[in-house]
Design a protein around this ligand. Structure first.
Ligand code: PMV
Length: 326
């Protein structure tokens, strides 16, 4: 039976998280941690999904979930993946179901876009099995629609970078721009290990905006200006300016209430150890921070983050978006 395997990268948001939900641009990088999804057709109409990393598996039959591992909660976690499978079955008029196996080395709920990478790899594997010429845009749209089930008003930045790879300029409802910038970005990622919900944090900012539209509106605009200014710094390889912009960006996010004590501790530790800039990445409220440092300071910054209680992840930017694994 035909089996297809696809993989998609995780991401870090360099600048612009949250503001991007409100129409401002963001700069995002794909990193070399990947989610891999293997699919095959079944000879009955069931859809079986298994993700051992998150302890969830089971069958979907006529929209009803029958857990095998992880109970009813597993059904909620696997719902976006089911939505992608259902969309493919509808679009290609399939009479049979699909087995979907998910493996991922991306920390879950940490702001590195693990759910989007899984959705993109799933969409790529299933759609490519049914149509070998499927476009990346179709894969992106299917994954983005699935993300809308788990997150409140997601911007689409996560599935975009997992699909296309590299460094992206992402602005909601505008064409995605891949920035051709050949820069080595010495970034250290620190994970607080505190799980949080992107949907709830996005809702918190929405709520703050509705209570203080003028004030929060200006903070959001300033976030957008930082992203615009950062492109020049990136093109010139000006790490000092980029670090400063990251620090300002973080303080704006803090003003919106999406940082937390655990993130602040890692960020201060990184800055005190000589980082040029440090900020939360992703939704905040826990999850990960990133620090930018001159290459000779990277080890000091990594040690400082570890000493402050963070799990250090050393990664590189990758240009490879979603791919079919041979
Ligand atoms: O923490 P993550 O990987 O879910 O990223 C969230 C980024 C936000 O800007 C807060 C939300 C979004 O959809 O862009």
């Amino acid at each position: 039976m035909k089996r297809i395997k696809a993989s998609a990268p995780a991401k870090v948001i360099l600048l612009g998280e949250h503001f991007v939900v409100h129409g401002e641009p963001a700069i995002v990088l794909a990193i070399d941690k990947r989610a891999t999804v293997t699919v095959e057709m079944r000879n009955d109409p069931k859809i079986f999904i298994e993700s051992k990393d998150i302890g969830a598996s089971g069958f979907f039959v006529n929209d009803k979930f029958h857990p095998k591992m992880g109970g009813e909660e597993a059904g909620r976690k696997l719902e976006p993946i089911y939505a992608i499978a259902k969309e493919a079955i509808r679009r290609y008029n399939l009479r049979y179901g699909i087995n979907i196996n998910i493996e991922s080395s991306i920390p879950v709920g940490a702001g590195l876009g693990s759910s989007a990478a899984v959705s993109v790899a799933t969409a790529s594997a299933i759609f490519s099995m049914l149509d070998p010429k499927v476009s990346k845009d179709t894969i992106f749209n299917a994954a983005f629609n699935a993300e809308k089930i788990v997150h409140e008003t997601p911007s689409g930045v996560d599935p975009a970078v997992s699909t296309y790879g590299g460094i992206l300029w992402y602005c909601r409802s505008k064409p995605i721009r891949k920035l051709k910038i050949d820069i080595h970005l010495p970034l250290v990622i620190g994970n607080t290990g505190k799980e949080r919900s992107t949907g709830k944090l996005v809702a918190k900012v929405n709520e703050l905006r509705s209570r203080y539209p003028l004030i929060v509106g200006k903070i959001i605009k300033a976030g957008g200006e930082i992203v615009k200014r950062s492109v020049k710094a990136l093109r010139e390889g000006d790490l000092k300016t980029l670090g400063e912009l990251m620090n300002i960006d973080h303080e704006l996010l803090r003003a919106l209430g999406v940082s937390c004590r655990e993130l602040e501790e890692l960020i201060y530790a990184a800055r005190e150890a000589g980082a040029l800039g440090a900020k939360l990445t992703g939704a905040g409220g826990g999850g990960c921070m990133i620090a930018l440092a001159h290459p000779e300071k990277i080890i000091d910054v990594a040690h400082a983050i570890k000493k402050a209680g963070g799990e250090v992840l050393v990664t590189e930017k990758t240009d490879e978006g979603v791919i079919i694994e041979r």
